[in-house]
Design a protein around this ligand. Structure first.
Ligand SMILES: Nc1ncnc2c1ncn2[C@@H]1O[C@H](COP(=O)(O)OP(=O)(O)OP(=O)(O)O)[C@@H](O)[C@H]1O
Length: 242
């Protein structure tokens, strides 16, 4: 793990994203350090998903800049950012139930590997997310949790340096949520920097990452999960005073 003084892997600087009169992001400043797991909290509508979209390049900021590996990528399209090592699993699953596990992984792997390499690479990816199913199995016949892990595997197919996960435990039970935290820690131990948007407090606590709280499209507070959970201002806007 790098020292906190090393330059950030990702930095958004003064980012505003306006949709008509709505400012989904309203002067957001946030940095992600190389090698960390960084958790993003915030009430509904705080701008968390829009933050991911402006990092990935599926949305351009109205004003402000996005830096990745020290370079200004604000004007780069999403595919060019993906080539530089960014990858995202958005909130909705984007898996195809009538296709097999391998067929779901195929397009993402094909961008990087030749057809004969793909079955082997698919098996490696499935092992990385602890997905113990036959690559030939139809996705509609695997569990919802397994579909979430397949979506993470798909996001990992490009071998990213920075992985963005938007609500990876949505719809999962406690055991699957616990396993998802282990998968994320494994990926992080293998040098992948991870940014996670989540609502599940137990899950965020178990990830032990730096935690940023967004509110009204700006950074509201930042620290360890315990510091955020104990901060009365954060409790007021998000956690509910307990
Ligand atoms: N394409 C869009 N057009 C208009 N308004 C939008 C659009 N996308 C987001 N918004 C608005 O911007 C604000 C922030 O939305 P965003 O989805 O980023 O919040 P969020 O923190 O991810 O919320 P949630 O926790 O509910 O997913 C909301 O008020 C939302 O209605």
């Amino acid at each position: 793990m790098n020292m906190p003084s090393s330059p950030p892997l990702l930095e958004v600087r003064d980012v505003v994203k306006a949709y008509g009169g709505v400012r989904a992001l309203n002067g957001l400043n946030l940095s992600v350090r190389q090698g960390e797991i960084h958790c993003i909290l915030g009430p509904n509508g705080a701008g968390k998903s829009t933050f991911f979209k402006t990092i990935m390049g599926t949305e351009r900021p109205t004003t402000g800049r996005v830096f990745y590996k020290g370079q200004d990528v604000t004007r780069l399209p999403a595919y060019a950012r993906a080539r530089r090592g960014l990858s995202v699993k958005f909130q909705n699953l984007r898996t195809f139930g009538d296709l097999s596990v391998l067929q779901n992984l195929y397009p993402a792997l094909r961008r990087r590997f030749s057809p004969p390499e793909i079955p082997g690479k698919a098996e490696e990816l499935l092992a990385r997310v602890r997905l113990d199913v036959s690559p030939d199995r139809l996705v509609k016949h695997i569990s919802h949790g397994q579909q979430q892990w397949l979506a993470i595997a798909t996001a990992m197919a490009s071998e990213p340096d920075l992985l963005l996960l938007d609500e990876p435990t949505a719809g999962l039970g406690p055991e699957e949520t616990h396993l998802t935290a282990e998968i994320i820690r494994d990926l992080n131990a293998a040098k992948v920097t991870v940014v996670v948007i989540e609502h599940d407090m137990g899950f965020i606590r178990s990830l032990c990452g730096r935690t940023s709280v967004l509110h009204y499209g700006a950074l509201f507070a930042q620290g360890t999960f315990e510091e955020m959970a104990a901060d009365p201002r954060v409790q007021k806007i998000y956690l509910g005073t307990e």
